[in-house]
Design a protein around this ligand. Structure first.
Ligand code: 5GP
Ligand code: MN
Ligand code: MN
Length: 330
């Protein structure tokens, strides 16, 4: 099976092979936590040539700076051109790997660890479990297959990942198995309260004020998708500049828009260039937002998806609205 092939691919390059770990652009807690948890696991197995990196700007969001191993990340420009083994984390498609997608053809072996249903299937060995709440679930299982016992350093990484993608154990994918995994992680002695505080409940005053301004512009269409409500707002580069904030603070914004009771679908348009928008979508269940995102060049999960849109905010919103009716889950 894939588990056997994945474990064999990893063992084949231990201890001296050059192992390159890559997670998706603009890494979130699952991307970084899964990757760094696996990196610690590989070191326990004796890996001596290990790089962990991600594409795009080499800027780790503040809430993730204390994940163990962040200090040893390398920028993509330093990543080996021809690694022996490439392992990818939480990347739903090759474009999420940016320029590092080239390593899929230059590496001698590749293993893809992911949990997105929209993953089209890339890499030589694919461990993609759409039922998994986070990529870290897949990573924990693979570490187990590799006979790596959990320790606090690994657990800190995997817990950060698991709590991020389950929205602090609130989302629908929060199964008994998720809580059992959390229990194994917490049993290593990590402090969930401190991790949660850093991941969810900590942002600069400027970001809070920025959120206030952007949330103040929320609009609601109570019947945008076959009777289901749509709520959206837009955060511009000017908003970021005004409040002295960097783009990644906006990642948490969708969680506040998601609270709007009248809306089944929530959308945040985050400006990344003159006419370019990074779009986050969330659904409370009535609509499959991964379908919408997929049709517009992105991907994700039924309840959480995204894509890059171009044109004016009105153009991007119109493209979303035109797919909503067809994306209602019947
Ligand atoms: P977020 O809104 O938190 O950035 O992303 C939500 C989900 O959508 C994540 O699972 C992420 O993988 C997916 N996603 C966001 N943006 C993109 C994109 O541009 N392309 C693809 N394929 N998936 C995306
Ligand atoms: Mn992710
Ligand atoms: Mn994930």
């Amino acid at each position: 099976t894939d588990w056997v092939a994945a474990a064999a691919a990893v063992r084949r390059w231990l201890p001296d092979g050059r192992i390159l770990l890559v997670c998706h652009v603009n890494p979130d807690g699952d991307a970084l936590g899964s990757m760094l948890g696996f990196a610690h696991g590989l070191r326990r197995l004796g890996a001596r040539n290990l790089q962990a990196t991600f594409p795009g700007p080499f800027d780790v969001p503040e809430p993730l700076r204390e994940v163990p191993g962040v200090d040893r990340l390398v920028p993509e420009t330093e990543a080996w051109a021809e690694p022996d083994l490439l392992v990818t984390f939480d990347a739903a498609s090759t474009d999420r790997l940016g320029a590092l997608a080239s390593r899929l053809s230059t590496a001698r072996d590749s293993v893809v660890l992911d949990h997105h249903a929209s993953n089209p299937g890339f890499g030589a060995v694919r461990l993609v479990d759409p039922a998994a709440a986070a990529t870290s679930v897949v990573v924990e299982q693979l570490l187990d297959r590799l006979d790596v016992p959990l320790d606090a350093e690994i657990a800190e990484c995997l817990y950060t990942a698991l709590t991020t993608d389950t929205g602090s154990f609130r989302f629908a994918a929060t199964t008994p198995a998720v809580h059992q995994m959390a229990a194994r992680l917490v049993a290593t002695g990590i402090h969930p309260g401190e991790i949660s505080q850093r991941v969810f409940d900590s942002r600069p005053l400027g970001a809070v004020k920025l959120f206030g301004e952007v949330l103040g512009r929320c609009e609601l269409d109570p019947a945008a998708a076959a009777g289901h409500g749509l709520c959206w707002t837009t955060a511009t580069l000017a908003d970021l500049e005004k409040h002295g904030q960097r783009p990644h603070v906006l990642e948490a914004l969708i969680d506040s828009v998601r609270c709007v009771a009248e809306a089944d679908v929530c959308v945040v348009l985050k400006q990344v260039g003159e006419d370019t928008w990074s779009v986050s979508m969330r659904s409370k269940g009535a609509v499959d937002v991964s379908r919408v995102a997929g049709l517009l060049g992105g991907g994700g999960h039924r309840a959480a998806a995204g894509f890059t849109g171009s044109g004016s905010p009105a153009d991007v919103l119109a493209s979303i609205r035109s797919e909503l009716d067809e994306s209602v889950i019947r």
